[in-house]
Design a protein around this ligand. Structure first.
Ligand code: OAD
Length: 272
């Protein structure tokens, strides 16, 4: 992976070296190589096996709480067994090289944090922060995670320790608003940055997909990292086709950020 960054456009490498404020905006694709299924990719996407759009709603939880809770427990177990990949690590490393880096993710996993990123904004909540569906009180997970949870297994949600109503996942469902502080942080960061990376997202779910457009409107350079085409292609200044875990380390190397960081010596498999 070293010294193979020739396909990174030199103007982009230079923009990265000179950037003062950088936003990294991520979606499910950044966690794909950690073995976490994306939402919309054919064959591997969760949505090819489950009607996730139907499950990720308050109505589904009201109607079938055990199906919805079981589905999120399956996803949580998958995330807990996963480890950050080279893309998460490269993004954390980027934060040690640029003056300001905001990581804004649509993902409900914690792989950016586990890779060492600071200041991660979660637009769609977290798999690891359950709360009461009625009174909103934060809850701890009472149950052990099944060692090898089956997809589609029904699990009754625990009862709220305060009011007894069912506990729900701490994620944003379709039809719900994004957490206001997270959205405010994200829009400000997008409007103030000089360089925004949109990595591993289909750019189809709003309002999150608005962020690269906000950055463009303020004159920022927008770079997309994705193996497939998305609606952002026609707007982005650079489209880097490929897997995030492959492209991101090469991008850092192209700016001279790759091999000199002393933190690298501490990376167990030293892949970046
Ligand atoms: P999607 O599943 O819609 O899109 C995943 C994107 O990642 C696609 O564009 C893929 O081409 C790309 N991809 C796949 N493998 C990749 C890799 N190795 N490296 C880089 N990119 C790769 O996921 P999101 O865009 O995150 O919201 O979906 C947005 C939101 O829709 C999610 O947060 C979720 C879902 O509904 C809620 O649950 C509220």
């Amino acid at each position: 992976m070293k010294n193979t960054h020739h396909d990174i456009p030199p103007p982009l490498a230079q923009a990265l070296r000179q950037a003062q404020r950088v936003v990294v905006f991520t979606g499910a694709g950044v966690s794909a190589e950690s073995g976490i299924a994306t939402f919309r990719d054919a064959l591997t996407g969760l949505w090819s096996r489950f009607d996730a759009q139907a499950l990720a709603t308050p109505e589904a939880f009201d109607e079938h709480p055990d199906v919805v809770w079981g589905w999120y427990e399956w996803r949580r177990a998958q995330v807990l067994r996963a480890t950050p990949n080279a893309a998460h690590r490269a993004i954390a490393q980027l934060g040690r090289h640029v003056p300001e880096l905001a990581v804004i993710t649509q993902n409900v996993d914690d792989l950016h944090e586990r890779a060492g990123s600071l200041l991660v904004t979660h637009l769609h909540g977290s798999l690891h922060a359950p709360r009461c569906s009625r009174c909103g009180a934060a809850q701890a997970f009472a149950t052990e995670i099944p060692a090898e949870p089956d997809e589609g297994r029904r699990i009754a949600p625990p009862a709220c320790t305060d009011c007894g109503a069912p506990v729900r996942p701490g994620v944003v469902w379709f039809g719900e608003s994004l957490p206001a502080p997270a959205w405010r942080t994200a829009t400000l960061a997008a409007q103030e940055c000089d360089l925004l990376f949109s990595i591993g997202t289909s750019s189809m779910v709003y309002p999150a997909a608005e962020l690269p457009r906000l950055a463009l409107a303020r004159g920022a350079t927008v770079v997309q990292v994705n193996p497939a085409a998305t609606p952002l292609d026609v707007l982005a200044h650079h489209n880097l086709r490929g897997a995030a875990a492959d492209v991101m380390p090469r991008l850092l190397a192209s700016a001279g950020f790759g091999d000199t960081d002393p933190g690298l010596a501490l990376t167990p498999d030293g892949e970046v």
